[in-house]
Design a protein around this ligand. Sequence first.
Ligand code: XIL
Length: 370
Amino acid sequence: MKNYHVSLLALAIGVLSVFGCTPTEEPTPLQDGLGEGEYIPLKELFKDHFPIGAAVTPNHMDSRTPHGRALIEHFNSLVAENVMKPDALQRVKGTYTWTNADRIVQFAKENNMMVRGHTLTWHSQTPDWFFYDENGDLHTPEVAMKQLEEHITAVVSRYKGDVYAWDVVNEAMFDWDPNGQIIYREDSPWYKIMGPAYIDSAFVYARRADPDAKLFYNDYNSIFSWKRNKIFDLVKRLKDNNIPIDGVGLQGHWTVGVSEQDLRTTLDLFRSLGVEIQITELDLSVYLSNDEPGSTIYTDAFNMRQRIAYPMLMKVLLDYSDIITGVTFWGIGDDASWLDTPGRKHFPFLLDEQLQPKPAYFEVQKLIRR
Ligand code: XIL
């Protein structure tokens, strides 16, 4: 039996030799000089262009765990997926809980990583006391503004010098409105209390607390015309009024169907404003629509879609790397994503469920000529 195998092998080698490929030959190197299956860590791949970040939870902050190791290998920037939000830092008025956020900052320092702060002002994941008094009535603008100032001052001051960029205001624009009639998210309690004034104030408070931190407005669906024009107008108004804003965060909750034209048009538009751009919450779902049936298996079709969509996207980002100052994934690998629901996994990252590079990763790698 053994001999039979050996002779089959010999036959195979013979056939391969006839066709000019002997087993002693090295596998065909990629254009970047790497052998088959070899990869360059993400942060190395993009080091001349922008930092590569990941959204993390405190239990990832351990170099002995697979997630900790993957973070150290691939990423040079971190953002807290949840633990720097208002409900995590100041659930009870006047009582701050820093432990979890501190762990992330500490891990980043130990491993030479940058930290983005997310987020100071949002309608979601913000305790009711920010908005309502003990009778359940909305606060006056004065009270709400004072509380916002105290929160931003405390949080930004604590991480002064450690957090290099803040999402100062998150998701303040109305989302779906093709006619452009409704500008702001009017059902946000912040808006109900004082209209858009809270946006301006939040940036002023943040700048005062850390003059060196980069200050961002962050939103989703921001590559679609109906939304990006509103964001453009907002940022223009802020700049015209000397409100300190440095950049726009495009969250990047996209799918494999993301349009190259939408991306480029959006980046051109914001370039004209003279602000930095960061992709702040990147995940590229494998589904083309919400109607597509869910799967918990990474099918060949999903693989194929990501092998095309990911290099397209990263090529666009490279083309605009003069204005893009950071690209952060909203997670680490496909084992865990906030998008996943039972029976429907989104497999949105470049690292698979074992935190290993996916075929799409190897396609992205080919973009960088070394
Ligand atoms: C999400 C987190 O990923 C979830 O764990 C949490 O339950 C809800 O918030 N836009 C944002 C992020 O700005 O803060 C959100 O994060 C995803 C959408």
